[in-house]
Design a protein around this ligand. Sequence first.
Ligand SMILES: Cc1cc2nc3c(=O)[nH]c(=O)nc-3n(C[C@H](O)[C@H](O)[C@H](O)COP(=O)(O)OP(=O)(O)OC[C@H]3O[C@@H](n4cnc5c(N)ncnc54)[C@H](O)[C@@H]3O)c2cc1C
Length: 344
Amino acid sequence: MRAEPDRLIDFAVCTRPFRPQGPRIEAQQLHGKHVVHHYGHGGSGWSLSWGSARQALPLILATRDRHIAIIGCGAIGLTTARVAQRAGLRVRIYCKERPPEVRSSAATGVWSPDSRLYTEEHATPPVAAQWERMARSSFKTWQSMLGLPGEPVEWHDAYVVSDTPFEEPLPDTGPDEEPEYAELEERVRELRPRLVTLRPGEHPFKAPHARRFAQLVFNLATYQRLLMDDFLREGGEIEQRDFVHARQIAGLRERTIVNCTGYGAKALFGDKSIVPVRGQTARLIPQPQVDYALYWRGHNLAMVPRRDGLLVQAQGPHDYNNEDTQVDRALSEDAVRRLAGLMA
Ligand SMILES: Cc1cc2nc3c(=O)[nH]c(=O)nc-3n(C[C@H](O)[C@H](O)[C@H](O)COP(=O)(O)OP(=O)(O)OC[C@H]3O[C@@H](n4cnc5c(N)ncnc54)[C@H](O)[C@@H]3O)c2cc1C
């Protein structure tokens, strides 16, 4: 891997739309419309998009409208639109931004179905069971996209390296602003191949401990284009619109409105439970020969071999409840230098 800061070609910041109680999938009568809320997917929006849209679908179909509107053209809006089209509905998307400008485009692009999705206290058994249905249904759809032109979805080997044995808890680094998130992936463990612990000499990294697993990678540039093309080919329409007040939905032609505004729902629909969790990604010039992902445990550092570049994701110290979307170039440059330090 050519981990050199001057090979960084693009930076992006996005705020994960995190709700401690998890995504809102709920119907409401509002301003004379049937509104179906579908937002708040934290750090799991891409991973769960298909399964989550299938949970919203019965609420949409219950309105009996054949022509519906969706507000939002990010991961959740576009996927909900495709699921609704497959169910025979005509869909018009209204949105302020469309890909690649949407926040979803800034994501890492890996299967991370329980990342910053619920706090531990909210992951009750019924919630966990609902999550499992979403995760399994999504995973199945992702597998159906392997091998398509442009490789929208791929499997890669991934290494997680650690300074200390994996069995040992990480050293306490002081107060953490982030809450305890629910860890649910154990419920769907058999979906991915087993994690393998490697001995020194069995991996090339300058770290004393390493494990290998298989990671599902979403090449978001190709994948978003595929979603858009499929949506438009099946008669979908997109209209640019910036809603300032929720009551503006009263003026829309459609009677059923699906609210997929992500973090935008905080301002537009007054949902004060949404917490922005800032995240920054950056891309190094593509290197197709690098075909593995790399995670450094305890250092909040990841590299994912996407087709549009080696994606470097580093978490900053105060990202929780931080809606600042200014790029911090030094953060990504430092992350690249730290990656370089791991390469033998
Ligand atoms: C750094 C980072 C890495 C991540 N990595 C992953 C990952 O690897 N895997 C994963 O599964 N998830 C990941 N996520 C999480 C994922 O990106 C989000 O859950 C997902 O993008 C949310 O999608 P969304 O469609 O709800 O929101 P958005 O992408 O924000 O889309 C919202 C849409 O609504 C529109 N909108 C909003 N307000 C208005 C308004 N007032 N009027 C008109 N239109 C409006 C916007 O224009 C946009 O079209 C990551 C997030 C971050 C920050």
